[in-house]
Design a protein around this ligand. Structure first.
Ligand code: FDA
Length: 397
């Protein structure tokens, strides 16, 4: 194994989406670049993303798709390296892709296509990438940084922290980036698991033990968030895109509201059904668009007894419709960082230049990607943030 170079222009810690992108951009400007990662291979989260097909960006990416204490911070980087720029790169590498839904672009083949793209760009830029290297300490010098590693010391002019968030520790996630931020006196926005399934209390799970695997479209609402997507019942609680999305808005103890028939005015529809099929039972009619199992569950949760529709008054049916469109529950919790796709919070963006990602109080120190307090919705937005923030830093480091 070659020794590490002792002196380098740009040292990037973290060979994930943001780190590799930044290395390629900086290297293409003629900077000497070294990327170090403690994992045994690069881009592990890219490889597992999008169910193995990497949802690498979203056609409709805009700053509104991100949460941060400072919602303006992401604007500059997203505007200067857009989804169209990354799509052009994907096309340059001949990677086949498709839109799945809601502007989400996935590889036709495997996520590995995206890792190969990044590594090819790094090779073309002569950026070196080394894995299985742990970082022992970071010390500021007059003009740059000295980093002690398990493979020896490295001095650099620019140090880029691209170590991501806390989700999926088994994939190599650590709080390293937050430790470096603390070392240099930067504030951290409290972190929380996000894009994560909800868990439910044992008694609730017992009541829905027939349901794991069932999925329906819903509108999930909590606080300022509202998402019309699929909800999936699981053995631990609730998942599916609508639940993952709303988990980013949820706080412990708060109720989440689900419209179980988001494409219909259920009150009006039930009254109409009463006119057309007065003899039909409520559960039979509802089982027309939910399954029988789900219908029974929803009716029993609301304490509604099924009878022929003619035995309900129109106002009773309207009330039932309303109740099923405002189904509320308080999740017990979330599955946490073990399965969360991302980490909310992170390095406070007040301390960072939104144009360059450089720390305002610590020249030559940069933070990019998920380690920052910028978190995207589900749907390719988090990778787009990694590409855009990495590109912004790569142009100046
Ligand atoms: P990333 O986590 O990619 O990279 C950080 C790197 O730093 C890792 O290689 C890690 O080993 C290394 N590292 C950490 N600590 C270190 C230390 N102490 N020393 C050295 N190296 C260290 N997003 C999206 O847009 N579309 C999608 O389809 C998905 N799908 C998805 C599925 C799953 C299961 C997860 C967990 C996440 C997603 N995401 C996603 C989110 C996306 O993967 C994530 O936001 C980006 O990978 C963040 O890129 P970063 O480069 O910031 O961190």
């Amino acid at each position: 194994m070659n020794e590490l170079p002792q002196q380098i222009d740009v040292l990037i810690i973290g060979a994930g989406a943001a780190g590799l992108m930044c290395a390629a951009v900086a290297g293409q400007r003629g900077r000497s670049v070294l990327v170090l990662d403690h994992a045994n291979k690069v881009g592990k989260k890219i490889l597992m993303s999008g169910g193995g097909r990497c949802n690498f960006t979203n056609l409709y990416t805009s700053p509104e798709n991100f949460y941060s204490e400072n919602p303006h911070f992401c604007k500059s980087a997203l505007a200067r390296y857009t989804q169209w720029d990354f799509i052009a790169l994907v096309e340059k590498h001949g990677i086949p892709y498709h839109e799945k839904t809601l502007g989400q672009l996935f590889c036709d083949n495997k996520s590995k296509d995206i890792v190969d793209l990044l590594l090819a760009e790094c090779r073309a830029a002569k950026a070196q990438v080394r894995t299985r290297c742990s970082i022992e300490s970071v010390k500021p010098l007059g003009n740059g940084y000295r980093v002690e590693t398990s493979l020896g010391p490295v001095q650099c002019q620019s140090l880029v922290i691209a170590t991501g968030g806390l989700s999926i520790p088994t994939m190599g996630a650590t709080g390293f980036g937050y430790d470096i931020a603390r070392q240099f006196g930067l504030r951290l926005v409290p972190t929380r698991a996000a894009l994560v399934p909800f868990t439910q209390h044992k008694r609730q799970l017992e009541r829905q033990q027939e349901l794991p695997g069932s999925a329906i479209p819903v509108t999930a609402t909590c606080g300022a968030g509202s998402f019309h997507e699929q909800m999936l019942f699981t053995h631990r609680g609730l998942s599916g895109p609508a639940v993952l999305q709303i988990s980013s808005y949820w706080r412990e103890g708060e109720p989440v509201s689900f419209d179980l028939a988001p494409d219909l005015d259920l009150a009006e529809w039930l009254v109409q059904q009463r006119q057309e099929k007065p003899e039909a039972h409520l559960h039979t009619v509802l089982a027309g668009f939910w399954s029988k199992k789900l219908t029974q569950h929803f009716l029993s949760e609301k304490g509604i007894e099924s009878r022929p529709l003619k035995q309900f008054s129109p106002s009773e049916l309207a009330e039932i419709g309303m109740a099923l469109q405002t189904w509320q529950l308080v999740p017990a919790g979330t599955e946490g960082y073990r399965t969360a796709e991302v980490t909310l919070g992170g390095v406070d963006t007040d301390a960072i230049s939104s144009r360059t990602m450089e720390c305002k109080t610590q020249p030559g120190l940069y933070f990019i990607g998920e380690v920052l307090d910028v978190t995207g919705w589900l749907g390719g937005y988090n990778f787009q943030w990694a590409w855009s923030s990495a590109h912004a830093a790569g142009e100046v480091v």
